[in-house]
Design a protein around this ligand. Sequence first.
Ligand SMILES: [Zn+2]
Length: 488
Amino acid sequence: MIQLSSLEPKTIWHYFEQILEIPRPSKEETKIRNFLTDFAKKHKLAYKVDEGGNLLIQKSATPGFEKKKIVILQSHMDMVGEKNSETIHNFSQDPISPKIEKNWVKAIGTTLGADDGIGIAAQMAILASKEIEHGPVECLFTVDEETGLTGAMALKEGFFKGKILLNLDSEDEGELFIGCAGGIDTIAELKYKTRIYPNRHVSYRIEVSGLNGGHSGDEIHKSPGGNSNKIINRFLWKGSKKFNLRLASFEGGNLRNAIPREANAVFAIPESEIAGMEIYFKEFSEMLKEELGSAEPNFKTKLVKVKKSETVLSKKSQERILNAIYACPHGVIKWSDSIEGLVETSTNLASVKFIDGHKVRVVTSQRSSLNSAKTDIADRVAAVFYLADATIKHSDGYPGWAPKRDSEIVQITENAYRELFKKKPVVRAIHAGLECGLFLQKYPNLDMISFGPTIKGAHSPDERLDIPSTQKFWDLLLEVLKRIPEEN
Ligand SMILES: [Zn+2]
């Protein structure tokens, strides 16, 4: 086996190598937590575990730095278990086997778990050290970051004391993260009435496929027109004005946090209008191809004749549903004024499903780094569906982390980076959710920043950790600890 601890900085690689030995898929964090509590006992450090399974290990200041503000160092204990199909690996039992390829550490056939094992390793290295200069430190290790953020969600008030938090779960060295989006789902249900299938009608199914889709946080700005539900609905809405088109079903999208890539609808049309409708379909498809252009190169539409359905929707129900979906916004609602290129607020029209034979469920999902803006867009989407007599449910939602460009820890970290590496770091926020957003629920005054070494291909067997950036990450972390001011 190769020795990672021959790499620099030795201490962090030494602990990372130990962490690789411990299976730790999401929701199975007992082994890694026991490993960390054993470590705390060995080093005579106080620790506690909360009901959610999160672990806190406390270390007092190194002599002379007792007056510094308490700093929370935070990572997550779980990792994503993905492997190549030919690799035999049980993530609940087997250790990860690392290899070194040029400047990268990789795993053999599986995810590496540098997300967030390298964060854990850095915490352990600091907890174990006698030389590093730091004030009082609280190391927070959360559970289940990768599959539901349930650890961060379960955190209770008073579990830790610090008011500054360094999240060690970022994947781009040279970038400092200072904000993320909060989210909420808005689910509308519209009841509909049916009618017997009309005489002398034929049934067709229209399909839309091949759209890019993507994550509704990271990619919402990329496909403004490419929502399969919106496209099918547009065809049906206009089609209903032109022809005696009668909707039988509509189905599109899947996950609430994915931009829908595929959708289909079944409708009936009088025999006498078939020719006109087929021309309309052709023209519609060409128009959409032109609108979406090179951004959606694989966009496809298809029209096929299908078996007659038993019923169709009443005209009134059909109109209500198509109007509501048409009016419902999708995409970027507002760009950030303070951070260039950051989507501040967005909404995703995620899925449309006919359920139980008498209602349509439309699932939408809103995000914003500003909580008030998140509520506003969720209410706006709800209002559209209220106009169509829908019933509305919202998920509990989670708060955003609004970027504060001039916060104390942002200033400290930015200056430390610039002075250490003679280079300006990129200060960013993201439009997806992070644990940091959830921490604010119980600790609204936390001053936070997130940084880490460079990890590529996270969540896939291609995951790899950049060796030189790990040294820089470590140097920055120590420098920031050194610069934490005293309690005033
Ligand atoms: Zn992570």
